[in-house]
Write a protein that binds this ligand. Structure first.
Ligand code: FES
Length: 174
C-alpha cells in the first residue's frame, strides 16, 4: 500500500497547465467540474512526476472542491504516485500467474540490482520499481511494464532484467 507523504514544495500551476485544465473542465456540464479530477491529476503527474499534497490542494482550489475529495481519489488509483519516482518506473506484475513462474524472484532481483526497496528511488534518480496487479499479459509471464509509454517486457529472467536496466542506463546517459 502506498503511503501519502505530506511533503512537496509549494506548487504554482503554470498558465499553460491551467489552460489545459480549463479545456478539460469545458467537457463537463456547468457545476460538474469535479468530473475533470482524474485527467487533471494525470496532467499534474506528467508535469511534476508525482502528485504531492500541495499539488492536490491546488487542484482542489482550482476545482472548487475540498482537498479531501482530491486525496481520496488520488490515493485510490495506483497510477497516481504519492511520492517522487525515478525516471524509469519498473512495474512488475505480482499477480498469481506471474508469481507461479517467478515474479517474486524477479522483484527480489530488481531490488538487489538497483539497491533500493519497492517505491524508493535510486541515488541517480533513474529508477524506482514496484509490484502491480495483473498487466493482462499472463501468457507471457513474468512481465513488467515501464511508463509513461507503458512498454511491456515479457518472459523475464534475471539476465533479461539486467540487460534491460543496463540498456536504460545507457539510454539515460546518451
Ligand atoms: S498475472 Fe501477470 S500479467 Fe496477468
Amino acid at each position: 500500500m502506498l503511503k501519502v507523504e505530506n511533503t512537496g514544495a509549494p506548487v504554482s500551476f503554470s498558465p499553460e497547465l491551467l489552460k489545459q485544465f480549463d479545456e478539460i473542465v469545458k467537457r463537463y456540464p456547468k457545476g460538474k467540474q469535479k468530473s475533470a479530477l482524474l485527467p487533471i491529476l494525470h496532467l499534474v503527474q506528467a508535469e511534476y512526476g508525482w502528485v504531492s499534497s500541495p499539488a492536490m490542494d491546488k487542484v482542489a482550489e482550482y476545482l472548487l472542491i475540498q482537498p479531501i475529495e482530491v486525496y481520496e481519489v488520488a490515493t485510490f488509483y495506483t497510477m497516481y504516485f504519492m511520492r517522487p519516482q525515478g525516471k524509469y518506473i519498473l512495474e512488475v506484475c505480482r499477480t498469481g500467474p506471474c508469481c507461479l513462474v517467478g515474479a517474486e524472484k524477479i522483484m527480489d532481483h530488481i531490488e538487489q540490482k538497483l539497491g533500493v526497496k519497492e517505491g524508493d528511488v535510486t541515488a541517480d534518480g533513474l529508477f524506482s520499481w514496484r509490484g502491480v496487479e495483473c498487466l493482462a499479459a499472463c501468457g507471457f509471464a513474468p512481465v513488467l511494464q515501464i511508463g509513461p509509454e507503458y512498454t511491456f517486457y515479457e518472459n523475464l529472467t534475471s539476465e533479461s532484467v539486467d540487460q534491460l536496466i543496463n540498456d536504460l542506463k545507457k539510454k539515460a546517459n546518451n
